[in-house]
Design a protein. Sequence first.
Length: 89
Amino acid sequence: GAGIYVDAVVHVPYGAFPTACYRYYDYEPTYLHEYFRDAQDDVSNEQNRQRYVYGLEGHADLMDLVGQERLDTIAADPETGYAVNLKRV
């Protein structure tokens, strides 16, 4: 039968950013709200893509742009599996 084959598994911290990875980190509401706002018109959408996608060399650059302080706010609590103090705007 048909199956799925895996060629490699790669460790990418915050690889699901800006969405969540349960028990590791929560979603990032500020980024998501900014994205949804910018998606409403072509100019803002293109500026957002330039800043967060096309203007970056890779995932590490995105993490640098976001910043460790912001990433710390989405760190999951070991007991609940999500960021308990996250301000969900």
